[in-house]
Design a protein around this ligand. Structure first.
Ligand SMILES: [Zn+2]
Length: 96
């Protein structure tokens, strides 16, 4: 019997009920890398708030050199807007 698994991405921030996530946003802060699934409005809010600081900041390798030299660099983690991965509300794992 064929099975179909449907993964639903919801916004990680509090809502009254579940709200579909439209984007997974990666960012680094204080040496830690984070990834969060956000709805459209929260994605915009994150970019506006962090963007205000990022506009005045120096670019640096995510997580710093120390982590990268140990051989497991953070790769795609960066300020929001620099590297994001679009996700669909209903992501079919067969299409990955
Ligand atoms: Zn949200």
């Amino acid at each position: 019997m064929a099975q179909k698994t449907v993964v639903t991405v919801v916004c990680d921030l509090p809502h009254d009920g579940e709200v579909d996530g439209t984007e997974s946003v990666s960012f680094a802060f204080d040496g830690n890398a984070y990834e969060i699934d956000l709805c459209g409005p929260h994605s915009k809010e994150l970019r506006e708030k962090i963007g205000a600081f990022a506009d005045h900041a120096r670019r640096a390798a995510a997580g710093g050199r120390r982590i990268i030299s140990r051989g497991y660099g953070l790769g795609r983690a960066a300020w929001p807007g620099v590297e994001t991965r679009k996700v669909r509300a209903q992501d079919d794992p067969c299409s990955r």
